[in-house]
Write a protein that binds this ligand. Sequence first.
Ligand SMILES: NC(=O)c1ccc[n+]([C@@H]2O[C@H](COP(=O)([O-])OP(=O)(O)OC[C@H]3O[C@@H](n4cnc5c(N)ncnc54)[C@H](OP(=O)(O)O)[C@@H]3O)[C@@H](O)[C@H]2O)c1
Length: 165
Amino acid sequence: MTGLPKLMRIALGAEVTGVCSNAKTDLVRSLGADHVIGYTSEDFADGEHHYDAILDIGGNSPVSRLRRALTPGGRLVIVGGETDGRWLGGFGCQLRALLLSPLVTQKLGILTAKENGADLSVLRELVESGKVTPAVDRTYPLSETAAAIRYFQDGNVRGKIVITL
Ligand SMILES: NC(=O)c1ccc[n+]([C@@H]2O[C@H](COP(=O)([O-])OP(=O)(O)OC[C@H]3O[C@@H](n4cnc5c(N)ncnc54)[C@H](OP(=O)(O)O)[C@@H]3O)[C@@H](O)[C@H]2O)c1
């Protein structure tokens, strides 16, 4: 969620709760989230809090669990989070959400990013003006991509790794 909480607050005026591993709660707070839940010890779907919108980027939570954390008229957007599903190539969660959506009061959908120049210009302006700060952990030259991937696989990356060309 590289800068995403702050972007959502600026663009949409949303009160944002970020979910991440406990070791990264300070980072997510610094990115602009109003509240942070460490998934290692807390459950965002504890039945106590309900959210108007959930953007599921990498949690791999079942749709039923995500729906439990939504308000009755809330909206779920699944961005990513592949499982090793045997038949559906890991996209079972996305398919379930799309099939279920017409039958429930909540809106359940998916997002497929389509990068375009206009959106990237807006993003660049937000970054250049300091309103959004991308969380870049380390930068590697292209020749050291293997080392970058090894670092990523260790699971300690805070934000993103950049490969420079
Ligand atoms: N729909 C699209 O167009 C589109 C485009 C690009 C990518 N994607 C997909 O989006 C997903 C994320 O991509 P990425 O490049 O951002 O990957 P990434 O850099 O590996 O980030 C994944 C994030 O998910 C977090 N996470 C892991 N388990 C979680 C849990 N149980 N609850 C909450 N957060 C959890 C990780 O946080 P910790 O490190 O703290 O565990 C990490 O920050 C991937 O599945 C990718 O395929 C989709």
